[in-house]
Design a protein around this ligand. Structure first.
Ligand code: ADP
Ligand code: MG
Length: 151
């Protein structure tokens, strides 16, 4: 299943992300692809806030994955700076059902990602406009996308 949203301002992207965040369960994986400046981190921050994360979410610089406390653990991974994409990251540690995992630049580690996930792609369409494409793989994510559409 696939869906597309168009947002006309950052706050619309934030509100879309917040609605998704409120629907996420421990064990869920969401990936965010798109060029620099497309809005991946903006989306992640609003999603995290809706998950109850109160600390400021910044892109991990030196570490690849940062962990935050919300309603459940929230793991934010940015694979952009990964210099060896073949490095075993042991993602199972983060996808064992305890927390929610959001990954920016999933294309860097495609081989290590589970097939079942919610894949989002953000595209810059103008200074304040973006298109957000969502594709769900697997039953959990089909259901999640259905709920998100209604939310
Ligand atoms: P990325 O993580 O993809 O590199 P960021 O989230 O860091 O992107 O940056 C996106 C930038 O685009 C922010 O400065 C944000 O304010 C701006 N922006 C403008 N319009 C939008 C929109 N509709 N949705 C998301 N971000 C937007
Ligand atoms: Mg970013």
């Amino acid at each position: 299943m696939k869906l597309t949203w168009k947002t006309k301002a950052e706050k619309e992207t934030r509100s879309l992300a917040a609605r998704l965040g409120s629907l996420l369960h421990p064990g869920d994986i969401v990936t965010l692809s798109g060029d620099l400046g497309a809005g991946k981190t903006t989306f992640t921050k609003a999603l995290a806030a809706a998950l109850g994360v109160t600390r400021t979410v910044n892109s991990p610089t030196f570490t690849i994955i940062k962990e935050y406390e919300g309603r459940c653990p929230f793991y934010h991974m940015d694979a952009y700076r990964l210099d060896d994409s073949m490095e075993e990251l042991g993602l199972e540690e983060y996808t064992d059902g305890e927390g929610v995992l959001v990954i920016e630049w999933p294309e860097m580690i495609e081989d290590q990602l589970p097939e079942d996930r919610l894949s989002l792609h953000l595209a810059y369409t103008g200074e304040t406009t973006r298109e957000i494409y969502a594709e769900a793989a697997g039953r959990r994510y089909e259901a999640l996308l259905e709920e998100w559409k209604k939310a």
